[in-house]
Design a binder for this molecule. Structure first.
Ligand SMILES: [Ca+2]
Ligand SMILES: [Ca+2]
Length: 64
């Protein structure tokens, strides 16, 4: 079982611009959305919504 790095939204074992694109696509979704199960992978800080904080947190992970 491969442990995926934090921020690896598309599960390719790398944190990259492709993950950032998925977070941008899910932007604005919240845990109240019917498709949250899919969007939740983009919730980097696990606060129940996809917003600018998630984009910033993922950008930091990419730049690490
Ligand atoms: Ca990835
Ligand atoms: Ca969030």
């Amino acid at each position: 079982m491969v442990k995926l790095p934090p921020g690896d939204v598309n599960e390719d074992e790398k944190v990259s611009i492709g993950d950032l694109a998925l977070v941008a696509k899910a932007y604005g979704k919240t845990s109240a959305d019917p498709d949250w199960a899919e969007a939740a992978k983009s919730d980097i800080n696990s606060d129940g919504r996809i917003d600018v904080e998630d984009l910033a947190a993922l950008a930091r992970l990419i730049l690490q």
